[in-house]
Design a protein around this ligand. Sequence first.
Ligand code: FMN
Length: 153
Amino acid sequence: MTKVLVAFDTKYGNTKIVAEKIAEGMKEVEGIEVTVSNMKKVDLKTIEQYDAILMGCPNHFGGPTRTAKKFIDKLGKLDLKGKVIAVFDTYIKEDFEKAVKKMEEKINEKIPGSKLMTPGLSIKVEEMKGPILEEEFPKTKELGKQIATQIKG
Ligand SMILES: Cc1cc2nc3c(=O)[nH]c(=O)nc-3n(C[C@H](O)[C@H](O)[C@H](O)COP(=O)(O)O)c2cc1C
């Protein structure tokens, strides 16, 4: 079994939905076991058992949330050499990929031995509290499936 953690931060629930949809896509690939968890509840002692770690958060003030930044800092203290990592964000208006790019920069700096899969996924919500734009949904499952296939391959 290939084990994947999808960790999310959220204020209004939209990024959690994205995490769950990515997980759904992953489960379409045989031999993948996915755990979806709020970043704040992830037990860091369990992280090294995963083959891949996906992490996502809402865009707050043009970048990742404080919780997401702290999560990356914490992962930086573990041995994650060779692990597959990918990121996702949710945003409104014009901030496509802004939090994703900043998370990717931070991961390259803090977790240099990992295999960061880019580009991350940036999902648009209609307003502050959502909902996620309908046309965004196919991308979420597709990313899950694509990453799962690559890890297995
Ligand atoms: C404090 C705060 C700051 C925000 N700043 C931005 C921003 O700079 N750019 C942007 O696109 N969205 C911004 N947003 C909108 C969030 O991206 C949106 O609320 C989020 O995608 C919803 O996801 P969630 O339901 O998982 O919290 C902000 C939201 C909050 C609460």
